[in-house]
Design a protein around this ligand. Structure first.
Ligand code: GRF
Length: 192
């Protein structure tokens, strides 16, 4: 069995798609959902599938080894960030080298970095007059949105598209590709 842990800070629509995709899979499971926010809707979504959850605060995340220990005890193979807004500490990155991935709602390296999340990204894309945008799935390193790119896909921005419209187009791509990219990575790890 290959095991996924999902980190999310908010609604968790990507987490939901990933959970649904691997639900009933005999080789891959979502073993844990973690959040920095006790009121994040993603926790409810995990509960609905009887997936264990863990909520942590800043102190635990940045000044203890508790989260790393928890992930190691569960034999987690891949950490998936899905709308997780905190910077991942070095200790966690070192404990899971090339085993932490993130999804970003634009075509990195453009429109990334600290503070670039949610609709702020789409607003910047529109203000820059871009004719296309997309999604990026990438490995996580110590800097926001800078790790090696694993997958990108694009959509066209039509004249008159507003933030909500392009957010919707991006979300469709995220929901479609994130589970598949995760599956492909885990297949590669199979014999390791
Ligand atoms: C997604 O757009 C993702 O690209 C970004 O955060 C958003 C999470 O949305 N990293 P949701 O919570 O999965 O609905």
């Amino acid at each position: 069995m290959k095991r996924i842990a999902i980190f999310a800070s908010g609604s968790g629509s990507n987490a939901q798609k990933i959970i649904e995709y691997f639900h009933k899979n005999k080789e891959i499971e979502v073993s844990l959902v973690l959040s920095n926010r006790p009121d994040a809707y993603v926790l409810q979504r995990a509960d609905n599938f009887e997936i264990p959850t863990h909520v942590f605060d800043r102190d635990e995340f940045y000044h203890s080894n508790e989260v790393v220990k928890l992930l190691q005890n569960l034999n987690i193979d891949l950490i998936v960030l899905a709308g997780f807004l905190w910077l991942v500490p070095e200790g966690l990155i070192k404990a899971f080298p090339k085993r932490i991935i993130n999804i970003h709602p634009a075509l990195l390296p453009k429109f990334g970095g600290k503070g670039m999340y949610g609709n702020k990204v789409h607003k910047a894309v529109i203000e820059a007059g871009e004719q296309e945008s997309g999604i990026t799935i990438h490995y996580v390193n110590e800097h926001f949105d800078e790790g090696e790119i694993i997958h990108q896909s694009k959509y066209k921005i039509d004249k008159g598209d507003n933030v909500d419209m392009i957010a919707y187009k991006g979300q469709q791509l995220e929901h479609h590709y994130y589970p598949k990219v995760i599956e492909n990575l885990l297949k590669k790890y199979r014999n390791n």
